[in-house]
Design a protein around this ligand. Structure first.
Ligand code: GLN
Length: 474
């Protein structure tokens, strides 16, 4: 069942939360995809039973959910995929998770991710590999690969992830599911372990657009614990659109050319045909600065992470070395062994970009380009309502294929990074298969256009008729 169907069945008394949670836990028990890092089956069962026993069923009814391990949970270890947080138990639960629990969702476990959300394949996790349910020799994408795999493998109907430059949308695309990054500030980041604070966003994974909308509707809105969180202007509705008459859709020229696999382009072209059949008008738009997106991102994100990761000093959180003889040695031993290669690479890049003497040439320059990218989007949105492109230029790649080549890995996000830098809402829906593997279509809208974006995605999803069922998965 989808989450929406589960919620309906729970409220109709056709099933119990305990049964749904049991069924989910059974599938999590056979985790051949390596999606989960932490599961507390007994606690989840207990919560489900308590919901079933309560006089009134909460809105979400007791439906199970999986949570990316970047989100703090008081009752489950929270590692962000890093050794430096091995065994760490936060003192509080992230606001978005708390809101979901209050609405009646049952957390069944924490999902694998690239260390501190740095990566595009989940191979940077310090703990385990995660496999793509469509082909176990391939990556699920990243950094929220565990959440994407869990939903694609029907271990959970939906999950939370976080997206800094593509970490929800790209794994959603590679696993054939829906993933959404909302407008910057839509969802509280309180309790989200910070990677790059001006970019990080929490968002939903689901197998249908309506489920993604339902999940998002429960987590948006102002939280006094996160000063960047916004009062949300209107409730997130469950989309119902069946046609796209009057909608103007812009296809990004620069993101349909070089580097995009022919099979990906074909699936995206077919989706453009569907948009026209539904009454939408498709035209080409240019985001000329998008070619600088990846370069800009890899100055801004590392700069911010070099600062955010300074707090992991072996004193306040997680792992520590007791046998250091002085404080400097303590830091060196803790951070030297606690951080993996990618985290170290980014701390060095970021520290360099922020150093006096280089700040103007790199960091400040990157901020200026970020402004140009924003302006490019603003200009495009004067002509069109929604901007589309592939979500990822390729389908899921093989495990190990890009590990030795950071630049190739970074290019996985060439299509998702520009809208992240602009802080815009964007979602990925599956739009077909290429070589038997899912292709994602990315839809980007102006800030606060979530409801329209979800409507467009919902109408298109029905017209495309993608079967979100990997072969061989019951
Ligand atoms: N893959 C990009 C990176 O490695 C984006 C990750 C993310 O969105 N968290 O930084």
């Amino acid at each position: 069942m989808t989450a929406e169907e589960s919620v309906r069945a729970l409220h109709a008394g056709e099933t119990a939360a305990a049964d749904l949670v049991d069924a989910a836990l059974e599938r999590v028990g056979d985790d051949r995809w390596g999606a989960f890092l932490a599961v507390d089956a007994e606690a989840a069962r207990e919560r489900a039973r308590a919901i079933d026993a309560a006089p009134e069923r909460p809105p979400l009814g007791g439906v199970p959910i999986a949570i990316k391990d970047a989100l703090s949970t008081r009752d489950l270890t929270t590692t962000a995929g890093s050794r430096i947080l091995e065994g760490f138990r936060p003192l509080y639960t992230a606001t978005c998770v708390e809101r979901l629990e209050r609405a009646g969702a049952v957390v069944i476990g924490k999902t694998n991710m690239d260390e501190f959300a740095m990566g595009s394949s989940t191979e940077n996790s310090a703990y385990q590999l995660t496999r793509n349910p469509w082909d176990e020799a391939r990556v699920p994408g990243g950094s929220s690969g565990g959440s994407a795999a869990a939903v694609a493998a029907h271990q959970a109907p939906w999950a939370l992830g976080s997206d800094t430059g593509g970490s929800i949308r790209q794994p959603a695309a590679l696993c054939g599911i829906v993933g959404m990054q909302p407008t910057y500030g839509a969802v509280s980041r309180y309790g989200l372990i910070a990677f790059a604070s001006s970019l990080d966003q929490v968002g939903p994974f689901a197998r249908t657009v309506r489920d993604a909308a339902l999940l998002l509707s429960q987590i948006v809105g102002r939280d006094e614990m996160d000063s960047t969180s916004l009062e949300w202007p209107e409730p997130i509705r469950l989309p119902e659109a069946t046609e796209l008459r009057g909608l103007r859709v812009g296809v990004v020229d620069e993101l349909m050319g070089e580097g995009v696999e022919p099979g990906v382009r074909a699936a995206v072209d077919a989706a453009l045909g569907r948009i026209e059949e539904l009454g939408g008008a498709v035209e080409r738009v240019s985001l000329a600065t998008s070619e600088y997106g990846v370069a800009t991102y890899y100055l801004i994100a590392p700069a911010e992470c070099s600062s955010n990761l300074a707090r992991f000093d072996g004193i306040r959180y997680g792992k520590r070395f007791e046998d250091a003889t002085d404080i400097l040695e303590h830091y060196e031993l803790t951070r030297g062994s606690g951080f993996g290669a990618e985290a170290k690479r980014r701390i060095m890049l970021g520290t360099f970009a922020l150093a006096s003497g280089y700040y103007d040439a790199y960091y400040l320059r990157a901020l200026k380009v970020r402004t140009l990218i924003r302006r490019d989007f603003a200009a495009a949105f004067e002509r069109v309502d929604v901007i589309v492109s592939p979500t990822s230029p390729t389908v899921a790649f093989r495990l190990g294929e890009r590990v030795q080549d950071p630049l190739a890995m970074y290019l996985s996000d060439v299509c998702t990074i520009p809208s992240s830098l602009a802080g815009l809402p964007a979602l990925s829906i599956p739009c077909g298969l290429s070589q038997g593997l899912p292709v994602g279509l990315q839809l980007v809208g102006p800030a606060f256009s979530e409801n329209r974006l979800l409507d467009v995605a919902h109408a298109l999803e029905a017209a495309i008729g993608f079967d979100a069922h990997p072969p061989g998965i019951p």
